[in-house]
Design a protein around this ligand. Structure first.
Ligand code: HEC
Ligand code: HEC
Length: 390
């Protein structure tokens, strides 16, 4: 446990706990808009502040008792001791990630849904499922190296477990370990690459998922304009963007859950999107823990590169402005249907969500700030796949 904690701290910095703050009061009207002169003056001051050390930043609005970490640059990736980095291993993993021959129907690669030029995600609302409901929106695999759990409900504990499930999952590749092994065994080039990546190791499924996971850990961001600001480049953000950053940390209360270098607390929250009792019900974390308190909770996603991974939320039902409008209203509260009236396990929306009273200017600034988290387009061609099977 102590080791785990030390590991987490090395990764994400020392956690802090928010001090007592005055209680919030229900619904609030949008606050007054600012004049252009006021905006310019405030942006000038904030830009100097945020280009400086985080210790000098204004305190964020975080509820009492919530453990939070300041926004910051991504740390270096730590490859796990059981699957150390290797150049040939990552190269093999990269080819496999892009190779549709691993799937049951020979037509679907990891990259079919996690597309490099769509922020390693997909622009359809939910991924094409083979008759299984409900389907979920495809998350990005960029920066997955920094996550503690995988999938919207956190059911995989490592990228290796995740890749094994993605290959076998009827929602995804629908393959069997035997099919995957046969695909590699029957291709001389893949056999050669495998031997380079895993000298002396017999051809096995566990190694294949290690190669894919190793490749995924190389997909890291950190080249956004927000990163440039964090490195001290005060000119990296426009007035609207820097005002949006301040709203994100304070009046918008976003930092409560979206904090640290990845802008995610890695925890599970109910934002009122479980559709409990409806045909499209998805109980999220509850599907893993079977604890009623987890009904409707989903893992806070990272917001890095978020403007390249529309649409949003596990349902993929929203565009960015829609998401921001919902947060401003404190998110919708799911209504109980008659048969749910006395259900003690009915999902409860997170008490951390409160009406914000942001005006249209604020929402536009917040959206502008989220745009500064965009990564530059990934250059480079897709990998050369070994030619057809012999
Ligand atoms: C048919 C589309 C599809 C294919 C193919 C696919 N994925 Fe996914 N991937 C998804 C969806 C949808 C989710 C979220 C599912 C959930 O949360 O239950 C996901 C989740 C993930 C995650 C977790 C991300 C996070 O933030 O937790 C990783 C990592 C990942 N996939 C890697 C892979 C790999 C590796 C492959 C190939 C072996 C693959 N995926 C193939 C659609 C796909
Ligand atoms: C109570 C914790 C919490 C707070 C506060 C919070 N978020 Fe979230 N956020 C989440 C969770 C959890 C999800 C995923 C919910 C789901 O899919 O059901 C999410 C999803 C998102 C998404 C969609 C990302 C994607 O890839 O689909 C965006 C954008 C977002 N939040 C921005 C914000 C902004 C901006 C604020 C402040 C106005 C904010 N969040 C406040 C927990 C929170």
């Amino acid at each position: 446990m102590a080791l785990l904690l030390a590991y987490a701290i090395a990764f994400f910095g020392v956690p802090r706990v928010a001090a007592e703050q005055p209680a919030d009061t229900g619904k609030i009207p949008p606050r007054a808009e600012r004049t252009t002169a006021e905006r310019t003056a405030l942006a000038l001051r904030l830009r100097q502040t945020y280009a400086g050390p985080p210790a000098a930043w204004p305190a964020p609005h975080v509820d009492p008792g919530i453990e939070w970490r300041e926004l910051g640059l991504l740390p270096a990736v730590e490859h796990p001791p059981g699957n150390p980095y290797g150049t040939s291993k990552a190269a093999l993993g990269r080819a496999l990630f892009f190779d549709p021959r691993l799937s049951a129907n020979g037509q679907m690669a990891c990259a079919t849904c996690h597309e490099p030029d769509r922020g390693w995600a997909e622009n359809r609302a939910v991924s094409i499922a083979h008759g299984l409901v409900p389907a979920r929106n495809t998350p990005t695999v960029r920066n997955a190296a920094f996550q503690r759990s995988f999938f919207w409900d956190g059911r995989a504990a490592s990228l290796e477990d995740q890749a094994a499930e993605a290959l076998a999952n009827p929602h995804e590749m629908a393959a069997t370990p035997e099919h995957v092994i046969d695909t590699i065994a029957s291709n001389p080039r893949y056999r050669e690459w495998y031997t380079e990546a895993f000298p002396g190791r017999p051809l096995e499924f566990a190694a294949v998922v290690e190669a894919i996971a190793c490749f995924e850990r190389t997909l890291v961001g950190g080249r956004s304009r927000f990163d440039a600001l964090l490195r001290g480049d005060a000119a990296a953000l426009t007035d609207a963007e820097v005002l949006g950053l301040d709203i994100f940390r304070r009046e918008g209360r976003c930092l409560t859950c979206h904090h640290g270098p990845t802008l995610s607390d890695g925890r599970f929250h109910d934002l009122g999107l479980s559709f409990h009792g409806r045909s499209n019900e998805d109980l999220g974390r509850f599907c893993v823990t079977h604890d009623a308190a987890d009904k409707g909770r989903f893992r806070t996603p990272s917001l890095r590169d978020v403007t390249n991974t529309a649409p949003y939320m596990h349902t993929g039902m929203f565009q960015l402005r829609g998401v921001l409008n919902m947060y401003n209203a404190g998110m919708a509260t799911l209504k109980r249907q008659p048969f749910e009236r006395d259900d003690p396990t009915f999902p409860v929306k997170s008490p951390l969500l409160k009406p914000l009273g942001l005006n249209r200017q604020d929402l536009a600034d917040l959206e502008a700030f989220l745009g500064t988290l965009a990564e530059p387009a990934t250059p480079g061609p897709q990998p050369q796949l070994p030619p057809g099977l012999e």
